[in-house]
Ligand binder design. Structure first.
Ligand code: KG4
Ligand code: ZN
Length: 344
């Protein structure tokens, strides 16, 4: 019975996981409304908001699981990657609990957590090797998984994460934050072939790049010759839009460009490493056209976490922690944050 805590970004989350796969409780306090006014996560604001709610969130996780600290076997906490200030709140809280209870403490990689969001809540047998595509606001990673805790990092974004591109383009189009769901919705009536946006690095290895795409969208939506601006000095913040611009067409074409690259590289990796399954996780895995394109093109099973586990949560940290606990991992109270920490 594991109590897990996740505070790497802008959700304060706690969960109780039994046997690695059963969710006894999963509480997520989102700060989305707090950050919407900035059009993105404001790190200092995020850290302060974690402090305010973490005790209540942990207590609620125990209450909903109908357990007390005495019923637990271990404490797991996200150690990184993530925002330093946010991670520190979760880690210090978990250390305090470990000190007070004597329970073993384990630091867990947030990306490994996303991978395990596919294990939790399911009894389905899962076959290795697995190709993992983790697509969120902070990450775009392709990871080969050959067993529990066995990873090879195949590639990742060299600039913006896929979700970050959705958020930035959403802001350009004056759509509500976060951009991902807003763009998906706006794209519903649009023509995905209206604009020929670049599919960067398609067919070239397993790394991704989304910043050129974002710049192309900006050029397409801004009125021609706005002021004395030159390329590169244009602001990615909200600005005037071209007259008569079809937001649905831009949204659909942008989304199609992101989806095409994500699907192509994932399927190429799956073929190259003889994968038995494909796991897609992280906030962008909620994207409907992404799921439809995988369904149409993938020759092997493609799995997704349940929608409420696509975005950040602590259940996935507890699930990853379970396998680490079984493998004997125990961390000391000297556990420190790891703001950058690739899965390997
Ligand atoms: O995993 P997550 O909650 O947080 C991070 O660890 O970053 O992912 C949030 C990201 C945001 O960038 C959001 O715009 C994106 O996931 N997202 C989507 C959709 N739902 C959320 N992107 C595309 N389509 C969606 N339906
Ligand atoms: Zn995440």
């Amino acid at each position: 019975m594991i109590l897990a805590i996740e505070t790497s970004c802008d959700e304060t989350a706690a969960a109780v996981i039994e046997g690695g796969r059963q969710i006894r409780s999963s509480i997520v306090a989102s700060q989305i409304d707090l950050h919407a006014q900035y059009g993105g996560v404001f790190p200092e604001v995020a850290a302060r908001a974690h402090i305010e709610v973490i005790s209540a969130v942990v207590q609620q996780a125990l209450d909903e699981a109908k357990l007390t600290l005495n019923d637990l076997d271990a404490l797991c906490v996200t150690q990184g990657p993530g925002l330093v200030g946010s991670l520190l709140i979760g880690i210090n809280y978990a250390k305090g609990l470990a000190l007070a209870t004597g329970l073993p403490l384990l630091g867990i990689n947030h990306l490994e957590g996303h991978i395990y969001s596919l294990w939790v809540g399911t009894e389905a047998p899962i076959e290795f090797p697995i190709i993992n595509l983790i697509v969120s606001g902070g990450h775009t990673e392709l990871i080969l998984m050959t067993g529990h805790g066995e990873y090879q990092h195949l590639g990742g974004t060299i600039d913006d994460a896929a979700g970050e591109a959705f958020d930035k383009v959403g802001r350009l189009l004056h759509l509500p934050y976060p951009g991902g769901p807003s763009i998906q919705k706006a794209a519903e009536g649009g023509d995905p072939t209206a604009y020929d946006f670049p599919r960067a690095m398609q067919g070239e290895g397993f790394d991704f790049s989304f910043s050129g795409l974002k710049t192309s969208v900006m050029r397409a939506v801004r009125p021609p010759h706005v002021g004395p601006r030159t390329a590169g000095h244009e602001s990615l913040k909200e600005g005037d839009l071209r007259e008569g611009l079809s937001i649905p067409d831009v949204a659909a074409s942008f989304q199609a460009a992101v989806v095409a690259v994500l699907v192509q590289k994932t399927l190429q990796a799956a073929a190259a490493y003889g994968a038995k399954e494909i796991f897609i996780s992280g906030g962008v895995s909620a994207n409907r056209p992404l799921r439809e394109t995988f369904a149409a093109q993938a020759p092997i099973p493609v799995r997704y976490p349940p929608l409420k586990l696509c975005t950040d949560n602590a259940a996935m940290i507890g699930a990853a922690g379970y396998y680490r606990f079984q493998a004997g991992q125990r961390d000391s109270l000297g556990l420190d944050v790891r703001p950058t920490w690739p899965v390997s």
